[in-house]
Design a protein around this ligand. Structure first.
Ligand SMILES: Nc1ncnc2c1ncn2[C@@H]1O[C@H](COP(=O)(O)OP(=O)(O)O)[C@@H](O)[C@H]1O
Ligand SMILES: [Mg+2]
Length: 227
């Protein structure tokens, strides 16, 4: 039995920009099963980032419904979206978005500081996630500036895992990495799904990944063309 973790229904998002309206997403509907790797593909400007941002509660839809782990995200007021993100979503961005003056370990433990987890446990949990993400133990105390791009992305993946979110959203996570490192990060994302039962949504230009994904959503001009 598969279990649905995301339901999107009639989703639309328009941006007003310099007196004009851009329809970034139009009438998008789909469901996603738990413990799958979902690729999102489409040309630049097709609405991929907009879709991921709406799924993760970084922005609010103009119309339609988004359900994540049974929660109606479209009904959450903007002032409470950060709480939803902390509890339900892990983000991995193209440029890692790590805090430069914190160590890898501190970056990963940071999302736990909003909860009631004691400091010792936070550190232990952060270490486990860094190890799972493949950062060697002797680098756990390094700041991002002393890590390679691939290592920084491993830290970002660890940070995305630390709260045990319902979904992990990765927007072009290998867009800044060479092809060998991209493959390693993709393997890591697949292992999160196959070995740890996480649900991962990846925006990608990587056709190999899109082929291996359990599901591929194709966006074209804000519309879902396939998937
Ligand atoms: N904050 C914004 N303000 C105005 N237009 C935006 C904004 N964000 C995205 N867009 C527009 O929405 C469309 C989809 O953008 P985006 O989701 O970033 O596409 P992708 O990630 O597929 O490249 C584009 O036409 C883009 O210019
Ligand atoms: Mg984008």
């Amino acid at each position: 039995m598969t279990e649905r973790v995301v339901r999107v229904c009639g989703l639309a998002k328009s941006f007003r920009f310099g007196g004009q309206t851009v329809d970034a997403l139009r009438e998008v509907s789909f469901d996603l099963d738990r413990a799958t790797l979902v690729g999102i593909v489409g040309t630049s400007g097709s609405g991929k980032t907009t879709l991921v941002n709406l799924l993760g509660g970084l922005d609010s839809p103009s119309a339609g419904e988004i359900w994540v782990d049974g929660i109606p995200v479209h009904e959450i007021p903007e002032s409470r979206l950060s709480g939803f993100r902390r509890e339900k979503v892990g983000f991995v961005f193209q440029f890692y978005n790590l805090i430069p003056n914190l160590s890898a370990l501190e970056n990963v433990a940071l999302p736990l500081e909003f909860g009631r987890v004691p400091a010792r446990l936070r550190e232990e949990r952060a270490r486990q996630c860094l190890t799972l993400a493949g950062l060697p133990r002797e680098r756990h105390r390094h700041p991002p500036g002393r890590l390679s791009g691939g290592e920084q992305q491993r830290v970002a993946v660890a940070r995305a895992l630390v709260n045990e979110p319902a979904i992990i959203l990765a927007d072009e996570p290998t867009g800044n990495l060479d092809s060998a490192m991209s493959r390693t990060i993709m393997k890591l994302l697949f292992s999160l799904v196959r070995e740890h039962g996480r649900t991962v949504v990846v925006v990608t230009h990587d056709h190999e990944l899109a082929r291996q994904a359990d599901r591929t959503l194709v966006l074209e001009d804000g519309r879902l063309k396939a998937g």
